[in-house]
Ligand binder design. Sequence first.
Ligand SMILES: *Cc1c(COP(=O)(O)O)cnc(C)c1O
Length: 238
Amino acid sequence: MARVIMTIIASNLQVIRSALAAAADRAGRRADDITLLAVSKTFSTDAIREAYHVGQKQFAESYVQEALEKMSALTDLPIEWHYIGPVQSNKTQAIAKNFSWVHGVDRLSVAQRLAAQRPADQPPLQICLQVNISNEPSKRGVAQHEVGALAMQVAKLPRLNLRGLMAVPAPSDDEAAQHRPFARLRKLRNQLNQQGLQLDTLSMGMSSDFAAAIAEGATIVRIGTAIFGNRTYQKGTI
Ligand SMILES: *Cc1c(COP(=O)(O)O)cnc(C)c1O
């Protein structure tokens, strides 16, 4: 049984990589300029190993405790770990010590804690600011009109390298509707660069909308379900 599941992960990865390359091609972009981030939250370390052994090197987790347990079981693999969950103040130390990237920073206090807690013997922590790109009242992310001020402050903090913007738009099955929030995030990033920042990263696109995100300039797509299958327990249960 395990064997069959593992084979599915390898073949899913192959399918995603060619879909990613095709989307890049249609957009006149190089597939090499787009990082496929495997979102392994809720999946086992065996699943991560299988993906790793077919060439997947970057993995993302959303729950700190779960991530730390997996990391300690996978110390033999030089995985690059990305944190994509909500950044709670009482978890910043564990995040600052154990991850290479944090995609969900949406307020200055959290960025300040991450900067203070990033160990000096490690490379700077790579940061994306999460933007509430669909203006959903209950959603995480800094409001679009506030992202500029936040970015200017975060860019000045030590031990952090502000790389770009991240968003999780409201889901839509309509292709044209999928494009619009991604285009807005790209414009926001471009405006910040015109104001003197050097942001090279747009972390946007998931299993159901990564092609639209790539068309609009995504440099990191975060894909879980299409690689590992459906998650069997709910967000926030651990
Ligand atoms: C879970 C998650 C993903 C992956 O979503 P899929 O639809 O399974 O590809 C991407 N980004 C964030 C922030 C997530 O929490």
